[in-house]
Design a protein around this ligand. Structure first.
Ligand SMILES: [Zn+2]
Length: 446
């Protein structure tokens, strides 16, 4: 019996004697096995702290590449991403709601793009719900309304950076996931509720909310996209759930003129831009988005665009005719023809004449050849049914010029010099238009 027992059964505490050489050989073999069989190769034999320390020397863009090298590497980086060291590594200087130099702004936006890529790749196997939760945690930090110390939202780039981050994460998601993202973020940030209040109130009655809604949707969803089709997708998500009159209101809220952190709702009904630069500032953005929807918006019919443009130019009151002409001029001849063609079909000759005379004035102010307007007049005439209508249309234009000159003479309250300039513009517009029309009818160049 005794002979069958080993020594360890008799002396439980006795350490088995082994040579150092044997121990190190065994250790080397274990390492070799771990390196060979382990999913992280040489990384396997390092303690976790050392692995994290090594990761902290890797640039963020390379880290994001590593996350797609293997599932285990991704898991390791995911755990690392949550450590305090990683926070300093991923963003050495936390983004604050302060005004900063252009150079710093560019650095931060670039950094957020890299972070977006890391987030996108490291969470690629998560459910949409979990990914959205992470994105939302990010957003809550960068909403200017949530920040106690955001004193200058106009120049603060927190939401711009977040927009860059968001669109990098969303790149390649399908439409259903994008719609879900839009709804979740709009609703949870209370911005959708805010929009509801804005469109159901008088324009300008809550300027602060209006301005914050504009910054939110422009910076988070619209301005940081890289493809035109993406911009169209997001603006369609913002506008389509509302009736046409509210869509027009929201388009003006997002792209209309702004001054001193307030949307200039009534300016378009009272004043005209003094020069080409002001006209571009005032109507350039809104014209660009309308043109984009008209030429490339698959969910937008021609009638939709014409109706929304009609609503925009009659809200909050009817715009001054010259401002309607400025907007149409910047929308380009294709859209202008569609809008005016629809008025011609509906027999709105007086309105057409008023826009034509204003377009002549805009052409003079913009230094654009009058052939731009005469070509439109020619096309509109061809839409009108009878020669009587065509004759009436031309008479209306001439009469409108006359009325504009009389109004300018009788009601002008500007200083003499300004009034003289306005007179000059109208007279030039009238004579250039008539010269061009005569040259067309006689077939001779002027
Ligand atoms: Zn801010």
């Amino acid at each position: 019996m005794m002979g069958s027992l080993s020594i360890s059964q008799i002396f439980h505490c006795k350490k088995i004697r082994r040579s150092c050489r044997l121990e190190s050989k065994e250790k080397a073999e274990t390492f070799e096995k771990r390196i060979k069989d382990g999913p992280l190769g040489y990384f396997e034999i390092l303690p976790l702290e050392l692995k994290f320390h090594l990761l902290s020397y890797i640039p963020v863009e390379d880290l994001s590449m590593l996350t797609i090298s293997s599932k285990n590497m991704r898991n390791l980086i995911e755990v690392y991403r949550l450590t305090n060291n990683a926070k300093r590594h991923l963003m050495s200087k936390p983004l604050t709601h302060t005004v900063m130099s252009i150079r710093d702004q560019i650095t931060y936006v670039e950094q957020f793009k890299k972070l977006g890529l890391l987030m996108k790749r490291s969470t690629c196997l998560y459910t949409t719900k979990d990914r959205l939760r992470i994105v939302e945690r990010f957003l809550s930090k960068y909403l200017c309304g949530n920040a106690d110390k955001c004193t200058d939202p106009t120049h603060c780039i927190a939401l711009v950076c977040f927009g860059k981050f968001l669109h990098t994460v969303l790149n390649g998601w399908d439409d259903m996931e994008l719609i879900r993202t839009f709804e979740t973020m709009s609703i949870n940030s209370y911005m959708w509720k805010n929009l509801g209040i804005i469109v159901n109130s008088k324009p300008g009655s809550n300027p602060k909310h209006e301005y914050h809604a504009r910054l939110f949707y422009r910076r988070v969803f619209l301005d940081q996209v890289e493809k035109v089709q993406d911009r169209i997708f997001w603006i369609t998500r913002i506008l389509k759930p509302w009736p046409m009159v509210h869509q027009a209101r929201l388009l003006f809220l997002l792209y209309g003129p702004v001054s001193a952190e307030e949307i200039q709702w009534y300016d378009v009904c009272e004043n005209c831009p003094a020069n080409r630069h002001q006209a571009k500032l005032c109507f350039g953005d809104i014209a660009d988005i309308l043109r984009l929807l008209h030429t490339q918006g698959k969910e937008w019919s021609e009638d939709d665009i014409i109706s929304v443009l009609d609503e925009i130019t009659s809200s909050p009151d009817d715009w001054l005719a010259e401002n309607v002409a400025h907007l149409l001029f910047q929308c380009g001849d294709q859209l202008t023809l569609k809008v005016m063609g629809s008025k011609a079909v509906n027999g709105r000759l007086a309105e057409l004449a008023s826009i034509i005379t204003s377009l002549c004035l805009v052409c003079i102010k913009q230094d654009c050849p009058m052939t731009w307007v005469t070509a439109i007049v020619h096309r509109i005439s061809s839409i009108l049914d009878s020669s009587k209508d065509k004759q009436m249309f031309m008479s209306c234009i001439i009469d409108t010029f006359r009325e504009v000159i009389i109004d300018l003479h009788e009601f002008s309250v500007d200083a003499d010099e300004d009034r003289d300039i306005d007179f000059q513009y109208v007279l030039d517009a009238q004579s250039e238009f008539l010269k061009e029309m005569l040259s067309l009818s006689t077939g001779k160049p002027t």
